[in-house]
Design a protein around this ligand. Structure first.
Ligand SMILES: [Zn+2]
Length: 272
C-alpha cells in the first residue's frame, strides 16, 4: 500500500512516496525548500511526485547521488520545470548515459531515466538567504554528498544515515569509506537530519548518526575478534547477524549480510 505521509519543518516540506510499504528501504521522502528540491524520487512514483512539485514554482533540483530512488525522476523534472539538475560531478556520466539496475530494484523503484546535469558548486544559495554546503561522503555510493545548512543546523543526509543499525550491505558499498564519511559529517554543526527514507529526525539527528557509527564499529570489532579466533566468515555472519534471508536471495546476494561482515573485517576500528 502506498503511503502519503507529509512532513513540514520551517520552510521545508516533504512527502513520502513508494510502491511498497515494506519499511524505510522501500519508501522515499522528497524534500522541497520553497523553489528548491532535494532529490527527485523514483520513476514509478512520478504521479504523486509531480502533484507535490506542482504545488508551487520549482527552480532548482539538487541530487545527493545517482541511485534511482534519488535521481530517477530528474529527467522528467528537468523537462517539466525547465531546469538542469545539479548533481555530484562523480555521477555525471552515469546520469547522462543512463545505467542498469537489478530486477528487484526496478520492481521497487522503476527504471531511472538518463538526464544531463551540471556539477554541484561549493555552496548553493537557498531561497531565504541561507547557504547550503555540499560535503562529499562516499561509502554507500562513490558520489554521495550530504547537504549541510550551517545557519539552521540541518543536514540533508542522502543515504548516509537511513537507520541506526545496518545489517546488510550492497556489494559495491565500502564500509571503511562509509565510516570515514560519517566521522567527517559528525564534525559538522547540526542537530536535525532530513533522511529520504527515515523522514525528519528533529534535534537528535547528530546523536542518531553517531549511534550508527558506534554500532558499525562495534560490529566490526566483534567480527574481527571472531576472525582472530579462527572462525570462518560464514559462521561470523550467522553468529552476529543471523542466517541470510530473503533479502540476499532476492537480490542474488547483491544486498547481503555476508557483504556486511566481509567489509567489517577490513575496517580500521580505531579512530584515525
Ligand atoms: Zn543510495
Amino acid at each position: 500500500m502506498p503511503i502519503r505521509e507529509r512532513f513540514k519543518l520551517g520552510p521545508v516540506e516533504g512527502v513520502r512516496v513508494g510502491r511498497f510499504n515494506k519499511g524505510v528501504n522501500t519508501t522515499f521522502v522528497l524534500y522541497r525548500w520553497a523553489d528548491t528540491l532535494i532529490d527527485a524520487g523514483p520513476t514509478n512514483q512520478w504521479k504523486p511526485v509531480r502533484s507535490f512539485l506542482d504545488e508551487k514554482p520549482l527552480r532548482q533540483l539538487l541530487l545527493t547521488h545517482h541511485h534511482e530512488d534519488h535521481a530517477g525522476n530528474a529527467a522528467r523534472i528537468s523537462n517539466r520545470y525547465n531546469l538542469t539538475p545539479i548533481a555530484p560531478q562523480q555521477c555525471e556520466n552515469k546520469l547522462t548515459n543512463g545505467y542498469k539496475t537489478p530486477l528487484l530494484q526496478r520492481i521497487i523503484w522503476g527504471r531511472p531515466q538518463a538526464v544531463a546535469t551540471t556539477a554541484l558548486p561549493d555552496q548553493v544559495p537557498m531561497p531565504d538567504g541561507s547557504t547550503l554546503v555540499p560535503l562529499h561522503t562516499p561509502g554507500h555510493a562513490r558520489d554521495l554528498h550530504v547537504f549541510h545548512i550551517p545557519d539552521q543546523g540541518w543536514l540533508f543526509s542522502g543515504d548516509l544515515f537511513i537507520a541506526r543499525a545496518i545489517r546488510y550491505l550492497r556489494s559495491d558499498e565500502d564500509l571503511q569509506l562509509l565510516v570515514n564519511s560519517i566521522r567527517k559529517a559528525l564534525e559538522l554543526d547540526f542537530d536535525t537530519l532530513f533522511c529520504p527514507h527515515r523522514g525528519i529526525v528533529e534535534k537528535t539527528g547528530k546523536d542518531m548518526l553517531s549511534q550508527k557509527l558506534d554500532n558499525i564499529l562495534k560490529l566490526c570489532q566483534q567480527a574481527q575478534d571472531l576472525n582472530a579466533q579462527g572462525v570462518e566468515t560464514d559462521q561470523i555472519v550467522i553468529k552476529l547477524l543471523g542466517p541470510e534471508d530473503y533479502m540476499a536471495k532476492s537480490t542474488r546476494f547483491n544486498f547481503s549480510k555476508r557483504n556486511m561482515i566481509t567489509e567489517a573485517l577490513k575496517v580500521s576500528v580505531q579512530a584515525a
